[in-house]
Design a protein around this ligand. Structure first.
Ligand code: SF4
Ligand code: SF4
Length: 383
């Protein structure tokens, strides 16, 4: 496989043995075919008619009702073609809901102006941040996975798609404070609902201009490397993209397209150095799924990539915790010192301190001021 000499190759020491990911090995898909990954009642808990409320706070009928409502549109739209074609759009397959475009293409202004307009449209359609990279096929999955009939066909993505417009959708900060809880899981559901809307509307906009565009959430290709290439953030110890505007409390979506665009460059604002000192996510993870030591090129299991040097979350341990809780977790988002409300000036100052020789002081202050502590579901409901 050809290895372009780009930022990610150097930053993550990608070797010639690197292999593209097969979506069948995603931990959620493994739960469908691999007996060692038992989902128990995890997926059923997303069905309000059959879920099992718990006595513990944050997991009662109201909390699950809210979480499952936050997922409603994403589920309904994503599973429209499940019965007929086995597609789970947004999770195992890209969206196929765009209305066909006109026979002729719109006249494009300069590359810079076209790019500016696309970014303006993406922002107006709901993206908190937008970046563009070339579509590096190494991040595209080798195969799809059908949760309907357990087939694993070769992934079919038009060769004409040259760029990825990567979209950052901020998640709800207050809800993130109540993690882990069923209520806190609403922040994820709401993030996906925004992603669904923004990515599909942007894909339709580009289609309306007469160009090809495919909207995608977690399906089809890995989001994080594309988001890094598109200059939207840095990679954290918690295995997540950390953005300068919303920290790790985001979802990532993408629109793959053939409309000519100017690409962005990766950014650095001190995350790698800060994570080198901080262990809040690895200390906070209840199942020790996040490494405390230096990045490594050996994946903990086949649900992650090898031959690329990075911090990697142990997806098997992580998912097992979710299953036990009947909700997603994201403690590693809640406790992260980058998870802040950046509309406040003092938090913007904090992110500057994190990227300075005072980073250890910032880390100490973060703990002293009790950022990252868990709030109750009651606090959220009564706020
Ligand atoms: S989501 Fe929870 S269990 Fe999974 S890695 Fe993060 S803290 Fe650990
Ligand atoms: S909690 Fe600390 S170590 Fe973990 S990703 Fe955030 S800054 Fe990095």
């Amino acid at each position: 496989m050809s290895q372009p000499d780009n930022y990610l190759d150097k930053e993550f020491q990608i070797t010639k043995d690197f292999q593209r990911f097969n979506q069948k090995n995603d931990i959620f898909n493994r739960a469908m075919w691999d007996d060692t990954v038992d989902p128990k009642k995890f997926f059923i808990s997303y069905d309000i008619a059959n879920y099992a409320p718990k006595k513990s706070k944050g997991f009662d009928h109201w909390d699950y009702a809210m979480r499952n409502a936050s997922w409603h549109m994403t589920d309904v739209v994503g599973e429209m073609k499940f019965k007929t074609e086995g597609r789970v759009e947004g999770f195992t397959d890209y969206y196929s809901i765009q209305t066909a475009g006109p026979p002729s293409k719109a006249i494009l202004p300069s590359l810079e102006e076209t790019t500016r307009r696309i970014k303006k449209a993406a922002t107006a359609l709901g993206a908190g941040m937008v970046g563009i990279c070339t579509l590096d096929r190494r991040w595209v999955y080798t195969n799809n996975y059908s949760r309907k009939d357990q087939t694993n066909p070769k992934l079919d993505l038009p060769a004409s798609l040259k760029y990825a417009i990567v979209l950052i959708l901020p998640m709800d900060y207050d809800l993130s404070k109540t993690i882990p809880s069923a209520l806190g899981g609403s922040t994820t559901g709401l993030g996906y609902a925004s992603s669904l809307n923004t990515a599909n509307a942007l894909a339709q906009f580009i289609t309306n201009l007469g160009y090809e565009a495919i909207a995608s959430l977690n399906d089809t290709a890995l989001n994080i490397p594309m988001a890094i290439e598109a200059g939207l953030g840095e990679y954290g110890r918690n295995g997540l993209l950390i953005t300068p505007k919303y920290g790790p409390n985001v979802r990532i979506a993408k629109v793959m397209t053939d409309i000519p665009l100017a690409i962005d460059q990766p950014i650095s604002f001190g995350v790698k150095e800060f994570c080198g000192h901080c262990r809040k996510c690895s200390d906070g993870c209840p199942v020790k799924a996040i490494a405390k030591d230096a990045p490594t090129s050996v994946a903990p299991n086949f649900s992650s990539l090898s031959h690329i040097t990075k911090w990697t979350v142990n997806a098997e341990r992580c998912f097992k915790f979710w299953v036990g809780m009947n909700s997603d977790c994201s403690i590693c988002i809640r406790v992260c010192p980058y998870n802040k409300d950046y509309t406040k000036w003092w938090n913007r100052l904090g992110i500057k301190l994190a990227n300075s020789p005072l980073r250890k002081f910032m880390l100490w202050l973060d703990g002293k001021l009790k950022f990252g502590e868990r709030y109750t579901a009651k606090w959220w409901w009564e706020k």
